[in-house]
Design a protein around this ligand. Structure first.
Ligand code: GDP
Ligand code: MN
Length: 379
């Protein structure tokens, strides 16, 4: 589960990390009031799970309540990389001297946490890692000892953090590690961690992703789940038990198995199309599940065509086809064209059920090309 910036900042602030005062709001009028209460310059920030909100117009720094109203009016309702903005965080603007990066994330390869600091914050850290790897200092953490103070100091000094901020940054890195550990996080990051003109250090952004499998023992975080979704689609998908991610293209995708769905996304991209979502209905999907998956995907107004990719194993193609058939009954008319690819157990029976109702295909490439074509993309 991925928390919104304002939720992550709350968790960080409760643990003692300095964050700007702020309030999350969902209307321009509330934004004006929040700016009045805070006084001075404020940052108005879109609360959606995408990086690079600033470049996309989702962050504005303004200097009056009236301007905060206008900024909120522009940002609320905006679509950023396919995510609909419903809330903005209005917070005290930070006077920036220097932007750093501090993060603790899971290194699956090593099976350990890795604690990282960079003096090149405020930009995409993956880019820094590939173009400027020496600008990032890191250490893997032995879970038997946790992050020891000398290790934290070593990383901070290794990243050439300005001397006068080194002590504060070391404290923040240690706190982030503790949060990562105690709250079952996958990622705990601050980018940028801002150094102000007065030499204070403030978390200007916050990322906190929690391991879904641990939510049962993280009650406080699990309670934030309802608000953690970017949009209604993700909330409903989660309720239905689907793994669903909304993307910014127009080819809706449904499949059984995460690997298959990922491959389908890549192929759509390869043939010049653009996926609208990732939706894995899982194994053994019965008619009812298939129906709710299709309804969800068709409801996304960005969708111009849908590709349903089924690999029949334990999941039988005829059962999935029956589900699609039922779903089609539920629609008076299919909102957008649907291409179904069935392969594996009972595939011929499956295709027979769907003949005359939708386009079917046996081969993956053929199906992907057709769905891309129907979406108006190249193929
Ligand atoms: P992201 O790009 O979506 O990760 O959003 P961030 O919260 O990291 O903000 C991106 C950039 O906006 C930062 O690197 C800053 O340069 C700028 N920014 C964010 N908050 C403030 C603020 O309070 N004051 C100022 N002046 N700039 C800010
Ligand atoms: Mn950021």
């Amino acid at each position: 589960m991925r928390l919104h910036e304002y939720q992550a900042k709350q968790v960080f602030a409760d643990a003692g990390i300095p964050t700007p005062d702020g309030e999350v709001v969902s209307s321009p009028e509330e934004a004006r009031k929040a700016a009045e209460t805070l006084g001075g310059d404020v940052a108005v920030k879109a609360q959606v799970h995408v990086g690079g909100r600033g470049k996309a117009g989702g962050i504005e720094v303004v200097s009056s309540p009236e301007e905060a109203y206008e900024a909120a009016e522009r940002i609320i309702g905006m679509d950023i990389k396919g995510k609909h903005v419903e809330k903005v965080l209005v917070e005290e603007a930070v006077d920036i001297e220097n932007e750093l990066y501090v993060g603790v994330t899971t290194d699956r390869g090593e099976g350990r946490a890795v604690a990282m600091v960079s003096s090149k914050g405020g930009v995409n850290i993956e880019e820094v890692a590939s173009e400027n790897p020496e600008a990032i200092a890191r250490t893997h953490v032995d879970p038997a000892y946790d992050l020891r103070p000398f290790e934290a100091r070593e990383v901070v000094y290794g990243a050439n953090v300005p001397r006068e901020s080194a002590r504060d940054v070391t404290g923040i890195l240690s706190t982030l590690y503790t949060l990562w550990d105690e709250r079952d996080a996958d990622d705990a990051e601050i980018n940028p961690l801002m150094v102000t003109g007065d030499g204070d250090v403030v978390a200007a952004d916050a990322v906190f992703n929690i391991d879904n499998s641990a939510l049962y023992r993280q009650e406080e975080l699990a309670a934030m789940e309802d608000e953690a979704f970017d949009d209604d689609f993700e909330a409903r998908a989660s309720e239905a038990g689907f793994d669903y991610v909304r993307l910014d293209g127009n080819v809706g995708i449904v499949g059984n198995g995460a690997g298959l769905v990922m491959t389908t996304l890549d192929l759509v991209d390869h043939f010049g199309g653009s996926p609208a979502n990732f939706l894995d209905i899982g194994g053994g999907a019965d008619a009812e599940r298939v129906r709710s998956a299709l309804e969800l995907v068709f409801e996304d107004e960005n969708v111009d065509s849908v590709l349903f990719n089924v690999f029949g194993g334990i999941t039988r193609c005829d059962e999935v086809a029956q589900g699609i058939n039922d779903a089609l009954d539920a629609f008076e008319e299919l909102p957008e064209p649907l291409v179904v690819r069935l392969t594996g157990t009972n595939e011929e029976d499956g295709r027979k059920i769907l003949t005359d109702r939708v386009e079917t295909a046996e081969g993956l490439e053929e199906a992907v090309r057709r769905a891309v074509e129907l979406s108006g993309g190249e193929s």
